[in-house]
Design a protein around this ligand. Structure first.
Ligand SMILES: O=C(O)CCC(=O)C(=O)O
Length: 297
């Protein structure tokens, strides 16, 4: 049986580490309203949409900030489940503000409370510009662990760049699923290319109408999926970032740009600041091999 329920904001637990950890342990996800101030999010939204505009994916005569797709965007061949072409996604990866947002003090402070130790922000950040075109289908139910590995104590943070009510296709999580182990998968369309097999499992999916600044944080093994974009013409813009306790091992690819679409040198070419360049080299972390078979079992 499949049910859906509303995610409840947990901002009141931000100064109560034990209660926050208990909730994460019980449910496998945490939802916060207005965790991050709107300014850096809306500024990044603008930058993502300028990239869409550069490639002609914005409907002429519409306000850029509304993110209304041009029907010609149907011809895009998206890379790395980013929703956009290789050239467009390389432009996203070059954005300093995109990488900087993953280090926002409000995010790091929340994760320090959750982990109770130094937080390591993976530099392999993912941006999604989900144009409602035939090439972009909803993200199937999956567990991030099989794609990331290293440690199962990492958490993913998903944040829309702007309001994301349910019909725009926000993220939905399956409560308690982080305790079910690594589930078998089958090939599926959408991000990751595989779906967890849930045929006989009773499922309680949690959803919410996301607003600018809201963040969903979930355990590496929590099953999650996106809702379908039912708007017909609005682009769903979001980021997903990953974090782990700095004492835990990591795989090498988590320190590479997502999808290896550029080298770090190329990513950094036009950055104003040097502060975040190669920051992960300052951490002494043990490097684990990536198990390719696990990603396809
Ligand atoms: O944004 C999406 O559609 C997928 C995001 C996701 O799977 C994740 O954050 O791990």
């Amino acid at each position: 049986m499949t049910k859906s329920a509303e995610m409840q904001p947990l901002n009141h637990l931000l100064d109560n580490p034990l209660a926050l950890r208990q909730r994460a342990d019980e449910d496998g996800f945490l939802f916060f309203r207005s965790l991050v101030p709107a300014d850096p999010i809306l500024s990044l939204r603008q930058q993502f949409l300028q990239i869409c505009d550069k490639y002609g994916w914005i409907a002429p005569g519409t306000a850029l900030i509304d993110g209304i797709a041009d029907p010609s965007a149907d011809e895009i061949e998206p890379v790395q489940a980013s929703g956009v072409s290789m050239a467009g996604y390389q432009d996203v990866q070059r954005l300093e503000a995109f990488h900087r947002l993953s280090h926002h003090p409000a995010i790091i402070s929340m994760l320090e409370t959750l982990f109770g130790e130094t937080v390591f922000a993976h530099p392999r950040n993912i941006g999604r510009l989900m144009i409602p075109a035939k090439c972009n289908v909803p993200t199937p139910p999956h567990q991030d662990y099989i794609y990331i590995q290293g440690t199962n104590s990492f958490y993913s943070l998903w944040m829309p760049l702007g309001n994301c009510p349910r019909p725009l296709g926000g993220l939905s999580t399956l409560r308690g699923s982080h305790k079910w182990g690594i589930l078998p998968t089958r090939p599926a369309a959408g991000a990751g290319g595989r779906a967890v097999i849930l045929d006989d499992i009773e499922q309680e999916w949690f959803e919410v109408d996301f607003e600018t600044g809201d963040a969903l944080v979930f355990h590496s093994q929590t099953i999650h999926k996106s809702l379908p974009n039912l708007t017909g013409n609005q682009i769903r813009l979001s980021v997903d970032y990953r974090y782990q306790p700095a004492s835990q091992p990591i795989v090498q690819s988590s320190n590479n740009p997502h999808g290896d679409v550029l080298t770090w040198e190329e990513v950094y070419e036009d950055w104003d600041s040097t502060e975040l360049r190669y920051y992960w080299k300052d951490y002494q972390m043990s490097i684990e091999p990536f198990d390719g078979a696990l990603a396809e079992r």
